[in-house]
Design a protein around this ligand. Structure first.
Ligand SMILES: [Zn+2]
Length: 97
């Protein structure tokens, strides 16, 4: 499922500075011992392209956070980030029985 947060706020008073979302456990991850999954590659790609703020993901027992700072490179190959994250997840779950 594609992750697309709703950033709509009353712009006369507020501005979006980050997002929070949950990662419900998934059978594939639980069988591989990874029910506590962090950001997906798509999550990181979306954040870089849409809102360079603070993002929190709730895994099974752990919260994960990404914070963009002045030190964050201005240009990142977001497709590569997504591809690498999915490849790593597949590596971690493919050996699970
Ligand atoms: Zn996510």
């Amino acid at each position: 499922m594609e992750f697309k947060p709703d950033l709509t706020v009353d712009s006369s008073r507020y501005r979006a500075v980050g997002t929070f979302h949950t990662h419900p456990t998934h059978d594939k991850f639980e069988q591989g011992g990874l029910g506590n999954d962090s950001f997906s590659g798509g999550d990181l790609k979306w954040a870089f392209e849409n809102l360079k703020g603070v993002h929190i993901a709730q895994g099974a027992q752990t919260q994960f956070m990404v914070a963009f700072t002045a030190e964050t490179p201005a240009n990142i190959d977001t497709a590569e980030i997504k591809r690498d994250a999915h490849q790593r997840l597949n590596e971690l779950t493919s050996s699970a029985g």
